[in-house]
Design a protein. Structure first.
Lengths: 99, 137
């Protein structure tokens, strides 16, 4: 399975790091900077399903939820995020699947 | 916890409906709530927007948000009405009081944590952060 997450338009500039991780299949792996949870920094306690702009940055082109191994979101916030995205899908603010 | 619950109800009205029709529909629904003993905390017209996918062959719709406080009985009635109303493309009710409570608890815990550990190195950084936030706000 090779899912391409490069084509999403998110504002948190992880693309470069992600690409670097995929570079050079063999040889020593480049050390990556540990990604930190944006929601923890901003001290977010509640993720609103109506905040489409925010949610969209965690939903790549295809419409799937961005895994936290890529976005660096912590487990607790990823749970909230997933819940909010699913709610937003229910009322057509976000797609279930985009072509 | 007693029978005071908070809900957010979002529904989508057919794009064929004019603004005043949408308004009237929303008022009708609000009346249903109050008749059943619920309380409207907030209403918000989120306006007409593109749907992320087709619903009943429609590509857009008017979004309306109601925030309701009550026992839950009025939500049942409201949903029954919305289900039979063919102007309503989609509705969704979400209970918000428990999530808000959890958020408050988290905020509390953070405040206590900050108070318990005065001015260690880490804490200084956190303080700087909150100061920054204060300035931004």
């Amino acid at each position: 399975m090779s899912t391409n997450y490069d084509d999403r338009d998110s504002g948190f500039g992880l693309e470069r790091e992600y690409e670097r991780a995929g570079m050079g299949g063999r040889g020593p792996r480049r050390m990556q900077r540990r990604k930190i949870c944006r929601f923890c920094i901003d001290k977010v306690d509640l993720i609103d399903f109506k905040d489409v702009k925010l949610l969209q940055s965690y939903v790549p082109e295809r419409g799937k939820i961005l895994p936290r191994r890529i976005s660096g979101v912590c487990a607790a916030h990823q749970r909230m995020l997933a819940e909010a995205i699913k709610r937003a899908r229910n009322i057509a603010l976000l797609p279930y699947a985009a072509d | 916890m007693a029978d005071k619950r908070s809900y957010e109800v979002v529904f989508i009205v057919d794009p064929g409906a004019a603004d005043d029709e949408v308004m009237k529909l929303s008022e009708n629904f609000q009346k249903i709530i109050t008749d059943q003993g619920g309380r409207i905390v907030k209403t918000e017209m989120m306006g007409r927007r593109q749907l992320a996918y087709e619903i009943n062959h429609k590509r857009e719709g008017s979004y309306i948000l109601l925030e309701v406080e009550g026992s839950g009985a009025e939500i049942a009635e409201l949903e029954r009405r919305m289900r039979v109303n063919d102007r309503v493309l989609r509705y969704m009710t979400i209970r918000v009081d428990d999530a808000r409570q959890r958020a408050d608890k988290l905020k509390d815990r953070r405040a206590r944590k900050a108070a318990r550990r005065p001015a260690s190195g880490k804490q200084k950084a956190a303080n700087a952060e909150t100061e920054f936030e204060g300035r931004a706000a």
